[in-house]
Design a protein around this ligand. Structure first.
Ligand code: NAD
Length: 484
C-alpha cells in the first residue's frame, strides 16, 4: 500500500531559531522528508532566521550536515539534497532588536502562505510577535507556530496567550504538541470513531481503568536548567499525557474539524477532579551503575524537582464516573515506551468455572517504539484436558499490516508542519485548552510546595519508585509492563 501524498500550495516558512537543536534535529529533517515525498510545488522558500551571523551557504552546510545525521538514506542522493538546499535561505536576525528584520521582510512574497515557526525559547515569543506585526508581515495567509513550554503555570500561559492574541487571531496560532502528530495517536481517533466495535464499550460500565505511560530511558542532559525549573509534571503531564487522556476520554465530536475536536478535549480537562495528594507519586532518579543521579546532573544536592510522576485521575462525567485514569511518566527508566492501555472489566460471570481463571480484554495503543495496536482476547488453551483459558494478542503492527513502504511511519513533525501549511488546526492545542490544563496542574504543584514534598528516589534503569506500584496495588490493579 503506497501512501498518498496530497500536494500543498506554495509557501514561505521562516524558522526563527533555525540554527538551534529543534530546528536541526526535527523541523528541517521533517521538511526534507516531505520534500522527498514530492509534496511541494517548485517555489517553496524556507528561511532560517537566528542570531548567528552565517551566510546562506554556511547555513545550507549546517542543514546538510544535520540531514546526513538525521535522514541518512535520503540525504545521500545528491540531486535531491541539492534541490532541497536550493530552497533554503538564511537571515541573521535578533528578536530583541531591529537587526535583520527589514532584510527578512524584503524576502517574503505577498501572495502565498506564510508561516513563522518560533523555534526559540518562550521569552522570545512576545518580541517576535511584535516585530512580525510592526514590520507589516502579517497577511491573511499568515500562521505562527509555537513550541512547548507554553507557559510555566496558568498565569504565564494567560500572559503568553494575551501577548500572541494582541498580534494574531486564534485561527493563526498553532501550538505544537508533537504527540498529537504521531500516527498512532491519530489512529486512536480512527479506531474509536471509525469502528462500531469499540465505542459502545468505551465507558465506565465496561472499562475498568485506563493506563497512560510515557517512559523514557534518557535523562535530562543538556536541559538541566530548564528541567530543574520544570519537572515531569510541567514538562510531560500538563501537555503530552493530558492530550492523550483527552483523546481517549472525549465524546465523539460531530465532525473531524478543529473546533469540534478541541471543544470535546476541553470538556474533558474541565471535568477532571483535582488530584488527591495521596493519589500522586513523585520520583527522582538516584545515582546508579549507569550514571549520575538527578541531583548530581543538575548540580543541586537539595533539588526537589521530580523526574517521575505517577497519578490517579478521575473524570467526573457520565461516561467516566468510577473509571480511574492512571498516568505515569519518567526519565531514566528501564525502557523507552509510550503506551495507552484500556483495561476492560472481567466478564460478569465465568461459565468455565473459577479454575479457568479470570480474564479481561485489554486494548494497547503503542505510540513508540513499534507503533501499533494490540487487543488482548481470551481463547481456549489448545489441547485436550478441559477448558483452560489463555490470553492472546490480536496484533496490528502498522509496519506489518501496511507493508514495507510503511515500515517507517512519518515523524510527527512531518504531519504537523504540513498541517500548518494546509491551515488545519485539528492537531494543535487551542489557547483555552492550554489554560485549562494549567488550571488542573497548578494546584498539584502548589500542594507539593506547601507540604515541602520531596520526591522518592528511584534506581536508574528501573520502572520507577515502589510507591507508584503501591498506588495501583491499593486499588487491586497492576501497571502493565513498560518493556515492549
Ligand atoms: P537552542 O538553544 O538549540 O536554539 C535556540 C535558537 O534560537 C538558536 O538558533 C539561536 O540562534 C536562536 N536565538 C536565540 N536568541 C535569539 C534572538 N535574540 N534572536 C534570534 N534568534 C535567537 O534551542 P532548541 O532546543 O532548538 O529549542 C527551541 C525551542 O523549542 C525552546 O522553546 C524549547 O523549549 C522548544 N523545544 C525544544 C525541543 C528540542 O528537542 N530541542 C523539544 C520541544 C520543545
Amino acid at each position: 500500500m503506497v501512501s498518498r501524498v496530497i500536494p500543498v500550495d506554495p509557501f514561505d516558512l521562516v524558522i526563527f531559531g533555525g540554527t538551534g537543536d529543534l530546528a536541526q534535529r526535527k523541523i528541517l529533517p521533517a521538511l526534507f522528508r516531505r520534500y522527498c515525498a514530492g509534496q511541494w510545488p517548485a517555489d517553496v522558500q524556507i528561511i532560517g532566521a537566528a542570531r548567528g551571523n552565517h551566510s546562506p551557504d554556511k547555513f545550507r552546510e549546517i542543514v546538510a550536515r544535520s540531514l546526513h545525521e538525521h535522514v541518512p538514506n535520503r540525504s545521500k542522493d545528491t540531486e535531491t539534497l541539492s534541490g532541497f538546499l536550493q530552497r533554503i535561505n538564511y537571515v541573521p536576525l535578533d528578536a530583541m532588536s531591529e537587526n535583520g528584520w527589514a532584510n527578512l521582510a524584503g524576502r517574503l512574497k505577498d501572495d502565498r502562505i506564510r508561516a513563522f515557526y518560533f523555534s526559540v525559547g518562550p521569552s522570545l515569543f512576545g518580541p517576535l510577535a511584535e516585530r512580525i506585526r510592526a514590520h507589516d508581515m502579517v497577511t491573511k495567509h499568515t500562521r505562527i507556530v509555537v513550541e512547548k513550554p507554553f507557559g510555566h503555570d496558568l498565569d504565564s500561559a494567560r500572559t503568553l496567550n494575551a501577548t500572541l492574541a494582541a498580534h494574531f487571531d486564534e485561527g493563526q496560532i498553532y501550538r505544537i504538541d508533537h504527540y498529537l502528530g504521531k500516527e498512532t495517536v491519530q489512529n486512536l481517533m480512527v479506531v474509536r470513531f471509525g469502528n462500531m466495535l469499540f465505542e459502545p464499550l468505551w465507558n465506565s460500565q465496561y472499562v475498568d481503568h485506563i493506563q497512560i505511560t510515557v517512559a523514557e530511558t534518557v535523562g535530562i542532559d543538556g536541559r538541566e536548567e530548564y528541567y530543574e525549573r520544570s519537572g515531569a509534571m510541567r514538562d510531560m503531564v500538563q501537555n503530552h499525557l493530558m492530550q492523550l487522556l483527552c483523546l481517549i476520554a472525549m465524546e465523539p465530536p460531530a465532525k473531524f474539524d478543529p473546533d469540534a475536536v478541541r471543544d470535546e478535549k476541553l470538556k474533558v480537562i474541565r471535568a477532571l477532579d483535582p488530584v488527591e495528594p495521596h493519589h500522586i507519586v513523585r520520583g527522582q532518579f538516584a545515582p546508579g551503575p549507569d550514571g549520575l543521579g538527578y541531583r548530581e546532573v543538575v548540580g543541586n544536592p537539595r533539588s526537589t524537582t521530580e523526574s517521575y510522576v505517577a497519578l490517579k485521575a478521575h473524570i467526573s462525567n457520565w461516561r467516566w464516573a468510577g473509571t480511574p485514569f492512571y498516568l505515569r511518566t519518567g526519565k531514566r527508566l528501564v525502557a523507552r515506551s509510550s503506551v495507552i492501555n484500556v483495561m476492560f472489566k472481567d466478564a460478569p460471570h465465568s461459565i468455565f468455572g473459577e479454575e479457568a481463571g479470570r480474564h479481561a480484554n485489554a486494548l494497547s495503543i503503542r505510540l513508540q517504539p513499534n507503533e501499533g495496536i494490540t487487543l488482548k482476547v481470551t481463547i481456549k488453551e489448545p489441547g485436550p484436558g478441559g477448558m483452560r483459558l489463555i490470553d492472546v494478542p490480536l496484533d496490528m503492527s502498522f509496519a506489518e499490516a501496511l507493508g514495507p513502504e510503511n515500515q517507517d511511519p512519518p515523524d510527527a513533525y512531518e504531519r504537523l508542519v504540513m498541517d500548518v501549511i494546509r491551515g488545519n488546526q485539528t492537531l494543535f492545542m487551542r489557547g483555552d485548552e492550554v489554560e485549562a490544563a494549567w488550571a488542573w496542574t497548578d494546584p498539584v504543584i502548589a500542594g507539593w510546595q506547601a507540604r515541602g514534598d520531596v520526591p522518592k528516589p528511584y534506581e536508574s534503569g528501573s520502572t520507577g519508585p515502589g510507591d507508584a506500584e503501591l498506588l495501583m496495588k491499593r486499588d487491586g490493579r497492576l501497571w502493565q509492563g513498560i518493556k515492549p
